[in-house]
Design a binder for this molecule. Structure first.
Ligand code: RIB
Length: 285
């Protein structure tokens, strides 16, 4: 079982050919409201590839919350551990897509109310997992509690450090892999005194340049799939979800990265964070 503790956002996506300057109004091309959030994106990526997935997190008691839970159910994700919080809003992300790239502002809403106590109340679920996926769209003290519980049961953990925050050195021993993008990896390098220890945990996503990790200090590059990118939102989440699936099936790191790079490559060929995430048969084509 892959367990994700993390965010669920409704993504409010505007597609434009040109970004407005400050104080300027431009006409956009399209608008869509679609499920997103780094936590749920990773959960859906893994579930679409056929893994059993459990989502732990919070939504509000608004329409977005109800829609989100139904959406995850539709992907056969275990939603028993998602709380609907009274008088709270579901998280949203305001996303502008232009030029095959994006800018994102997240308003966390219910996601910021995933407390360490809520995480603690799911101790048994965490300990039953083979892999646990964590990101930084929930409070850091809750991420820390999840890591402590996982470490007690030797549960494998992937931390996706986004949005960026330094990773305390004391966390490193409890993490199996860290999946930053290039900018986040550079920030991590500057923050760490003991880079050797960090290096062995890193699997860096590099967009159209694929991914890389370090084998005993030697850089291993995994080339990207050649695709026409339409929307790169959620590509890193697809990578992390797919990486967990491959590792949970016992593939070595190199093959797992190849699997994840392919999944992430396919994911950018459709609009919306989750729409392009491949199924197992898409991946095997
Ligand atoms: O990683 C992409 C995600 O970041 C979007 O789906 C958005 O919700 C933000 O959390």
């Amino acid at each position: 079982m892959i367990t994700v503790i993390g965010s669920m956002n409704m993504d409010l996506v505007t597609i434009t050919n040109r970004e407005p300057a400050i104080g300027e109004t431009v006409l956009g091309e399209n608008f869509l409201t679609v499920p997103g959030g780094k936590g749920a994106n990773q959960a859906v990526a893994a579930a679409k590839l056929g893994a059993p997935v459990k989502m732990i997190g919070c939504v509000g008691d608004d329409l977005f919350g109800e829609q989100y839970i139904n959406h995850l159910k539709g992907h056969q994700i275990d939603i028993k551990h998602i709380r609907r919080l009274k008088n709270e809003k579901t998280g949203i992300a305001s996303i502008t897509v232009w030029n095959n790239d994006n800018k994102i502002i997240v308003v966390p809403g219910a996601n910021k109310r995933i407390t360490p106590e809520i995480v603690e109340s799911h101790r048994e679920e965490i300990l039953k997992s083979s892999w646990l996926l964590l990101q930084f769209e929930i409070p850091l003290e809750s991420v820390e509690r999840a890591l402590e519980i996982a470490a007690e049961g030797n549960v494998n953990v992937i931390v996706n450090p986004a949005p960026y925050h330094d990773i305390p050195e004391k966390w490193l021993g409890k993490i199996t892999y860290i999946t930053p993008n290039e900018a986040e990896a550079n920030q991590l390098f500057s923050a760490f005194a003991n880079r050797e220890n960090l290096l062995s945990k890193l699997v860096i996503t590099k967009g159209k340049d694929g991914a890389e990790y370090f084998d005993q200090g030697e850089r291993v590059s995994i080339p990207a799939l050649k695709v026409d990118a339409i929307d790169t939102t959620g590509a890193g989440d697809t990578f992390t979800g797919a990486l967990a699936v491959a590792l949970s099936e016992g593939l070595p790191l190199k093959e797992s990265c190849q699997f994840a790079v392919k999944a992430a490559g396919l994911s950018v060929t459709k609009l919306g964070a989750q729409a392009g995430m491949p199924s197992r048969s898409d991946l095997n084509k």
